[in-house]
Write a protein that binds this ligand. Structure first.
Ligand code: S3P
Length: 437
């Protein structure tokens, strides 16, 4: 069964998670493989590319700019056109729900000879873009957006960018990656100072495409590139999709689940630390490095959790996992405090508000703050919630449905297919009683 427009999920309590499950490919790494493959010389073969709406939106945009991409659902072949081989697209490039596509591509397209316009869906059209536009302008890019700093973004081509030294004012891998992609084309060196770590997939993948960055402490230096060379990439399963099963298998008594081949990059995996602090039983098995990324099988056994104060230095390294982590907190004994997480308010939805709304509707006591949440662990009653069109909110409450007193009905689940196509089928296979209604 595949996701349908207007779909709602119903989850009945019960079930046990067991066996071995492989979640789809990593979204962040898939975007980067597509983008770098498109501007490399020669062919790039991508195994395990995420066939989700977000990454397919990136692929479509590059096809519209003249890149030949053959996608048989398993292997994706990208015929790279070289750093200067893209063609302008007449009309706007529509990047759907995908913030990563827009922010990274704004950097890349600022350096092209042609004009570009970027748009997205209702959620994306309201998300903040000045964080990328301002530093790109200081590199000599010409970019317009609305007065509110939102899409549509209009980029004037034919500008020669120059390198800058820039200290990231917010912990954002999208911003860092945007500037690194612009830095490939900028005269001189683009230096980024990152005081809080964020996912480093762009840095790792640029090395795979033979462009060496220099890293010294918190400074990342990128020189203008002569060329990137096409390569073969194996994409691991997405840790952020695995997160829902990590929480489910922890919370549902009697569960014993192995998630295979998951990316466990240290700039992504702080959720493991947070869950272990709460008392989770999680072990990494078969640890290895694949296409420059650490990968492991994650073995989870159910266990009782206790509330904690989540360390602030975990926030940027677990940013996408908070909907799942907060569901774990809602079932932990005692209070959990999340602070330093204001960025959650500008994700696909305001995730602090969306989680709070969901908790209120399903019997969990919680309070939102500017930059986080305080949750009193308890028991989900079940009931009806709205995902606010946010894939990760929908999947987090699907997990909650397994341990609720009554069924959980989740509205507005279409966007689950942006990051996790086949979620319902895989969740059923793992032991969740979930269906469309
Ligand atoms: C991403 C970075 C994160 C994350 C997003 C994907 C990326 O955003 O939330 O889902 O691929 O670089 P920020 O870097 O804006 O925090």
């Amino acid at each position: 069964m595949s996701s349908k427009r207007g779909s709602r999920f119903r989850i009945k309590p019960g079930g046990v998670l067991s066996g071995r499950v492989t979640v789809p490919g990593d979204k962040s790494i898939s975007h980067r493989a597509m983008m770098l493959g498109a501007i490399a010389e020669g062919e790039t073969k991508i195994h395990g590319f995420l066939q989700g709406e977000d990454t397919l939106a990136t692929a479509k945009a590059f096809q519209q700019m003249g890149v030949e991409i053959v996608n048989d659902g398993k292997l994706v072949r990208v015929k790279g056109v070289g750093l200067h081989g893209l063609n302008g697209h007449t009309g706007a490039l529509d990047l759907g729900n995908s913030g990563t596509s827009v922010r990274l591509m704004t950097g890349l397209l600022s350096a092209q000879s042609f004009n570009s316009e970027l748009i997205g869906d209702k959620s994306l059209m309201t998300r903040p873009m000045l964080r990328v536009i301002k530093p790109l302008r200081s590199m000599n890019a010409e970019i317009d957006c609305t007065d509110k700093g939102t899409l549509p973004i209009k980029i004037t081509g034919g500008r020669q960018l120059h390198g800058i030294e820039y200290e990231l004012p917010i912990a954002s891998a999208q911003l860092k990656s945007c500037l690194l992609l612009a830095g490939l084309y900028a005269e001189g060196t683009t230096t980024i100072i990152e005081n809080e770590p964020t996912r480093d997939h762009t840095e790792r993948m640029l090395n795979t495409f033979t462009h060496q960055l220099r890293r010294e402490g918190s400074r990342i230096a990128c020189d203008k590139a002569d060329k990137l060379i096409g390569t073969e990439i194996i994409i691991p399963a997405d840790f952020s999709s695995a997160a829902f099963f990590i929480v489910a298998a922890t919370l549902v008594p009697g569960s014993d689940l192995i998630l295979e081949n998951v990316g466990v990059n240290p700039t992504r995996n702080a959720m493991l630390k947070v869950m272990k602090m709460m008392g989770a039983d999680i072990t990494l098995e078969n640890e290895r490095v694949q296409s420059g990324e650490p990968v492991a099988d994650i073995h989870i056994k159910s266990s009782e959790l206790s509330g904690i104060a989540i360390p602030e230095d975990c926030v940027s390294i677990a940013i996408d996992e908070f909907p799942a982590i907060l569901v774990a907190a809602a079932c932990a004994k005692g209070e959990t405090r999340l602070t330093g997480a204001a960025e959650l308010r500008v994700k696909e939805s305001d995730r602090i508000q969306s989680m709070l709304d969901g908790f209120m509707a399903t019997g969990i006591e919680a309070e939102a703050t500017e930059d986080g949440m305080v949750i009193q662990g308890g028991q989900f009653d079940g009931g009806e919630i709205n995902s606010h069109g946010d894939h990760r909110i929908a999947m987090a409450f699907a997990v909650a449905g397994m341990i609720s007193a009554e069924s959980m009905l989740i509205n507005d689940c279409d966007n689950v297919s942006t990051s996790f196509p086949g979620f319902v089928d895989l969740a059923r296979q793992a032991g969740m009683d979930i269906d469309y209604v």
